[in-house]
Design a protein around this ligand. Sequence first.
Ligand code: NAD
Ligand code: MG
Length: 393
Amino acid sequence: MMRQISILGSTGSIGLSTLDVIRAHPELFKVFALTASKQVELLAQQCIEFSPALAVIGDAQGAARLTALLLITNSRTQVLYGPDALVNAVTDSGCDTVMAAIVGAAGLVPTLAAAKAGKRVLLANKEALVMSGHLFMQAMKSGGGELLPIDSEHNAIFQCLPPQFTKASQAALGVEELWLTASGGPFRDTPLEQLTTITPAQACAHPNWVMGRKISVDSATMMNKGLEVIEAFWLFGLPLEKIKVLIHPQSVVHSMVRYVDGSVIAQLGQPDMRTPIAYGLAWPNRIEAGVAPLNLAQLAALSFSEPDLIHFPCLALAFLAAQAGGIAPTVLNAANEIAVAAFLDEGMPYLQIPKVVEKTLNAIQACPVESIEVILDIDAQARRVASDFIKVI
Ligand code: NAD
Ligand code: MG
């Protein structure tokens, strides 16, 4: 069967890797829609190469420019813009598979729409699940589609669990714990006092992975691993105390499952997102992903240790928000997005990131999470509060 793919965020790091895998398998995959926020020229190039039915860009100005760029070379692609068009791109009956790779909360509404529409959802956009875990999982269930984790750790765990695994069958299948691995980022061994002068370029220079700027900073603070604990909680349904984090600087073991009989099953591979992307695209089959084979004999050693929560206060805050539940993960995520943007674009000191997140978590009153409107409202409120804290730093 030829899969028809819509990519939310096709110009980003995950989007480019997804197109790389698709490019190598024209007999299996066809691009239905491509979307981007601002990168008009790159989106135009992608449209010329993949000839999708639909391209979506952030605003009217971008759409006019994209239309002009496609005028001579590509008459097949319809150009639309704005948030509603993102929803069209993933709910259209012409698409059966959605790569959710917009960064941050902006991806929530279209990713949720894909879930409700019963598509196969390849989930890279962890923030969407962190913000709205319960509602998102419900939407997947009611839509009846397949949810395949693309985040490398969750993809690894998915591969290490038995195919018949469900939340209800966990005990019968002997699943005891999930171990998420983390590289520890570029500042794993840097003393805290030396982090006062960290620049965005230093924070984005991840030792093992090449990623977008926001997730690179999240990896440096280890907020990324905190978001991933919450992501694993919703995806696999194990209690939080059974989801563990292990520092593993080599990023070769992507995560593990510990079973009741003493077995630990791990997934290993190069730190290259094309492996989980190819897995999600072709599941339950496997296809060539363009990734070099792993040479274990060449690796000097694999090491593991417990994370230090004093060194990584963002990870501690994420654990607290996960335990609190309710709106806390939504607030955590929103405050973190605002704080990371202020660090990247406005020169806010790196060490203020956990402080802004902590103050925002303490400032927002808990309330029941009944609908997506409540989530979006809390998200907006947390952004305002975090921005106000940043103004007085
Ligand atoms: P990126 O910054 O490289 O790309 C983001 C994409 O989203 C771009 O195409 C951009 O145009 C689009 N976008 C941004 N803001 C938007 C908005 N307001 N509306 C519509 N589109 C918007 O990010 P990335 O590294 O590719 O990460 C994407 C997602 O995947 C994130 O949620 C990240 O946590 C997750 N993820 C990434 C990696 C990785 O290796 N890069 C690994 C695991 C998970
Ligand atoms: Mg990850």
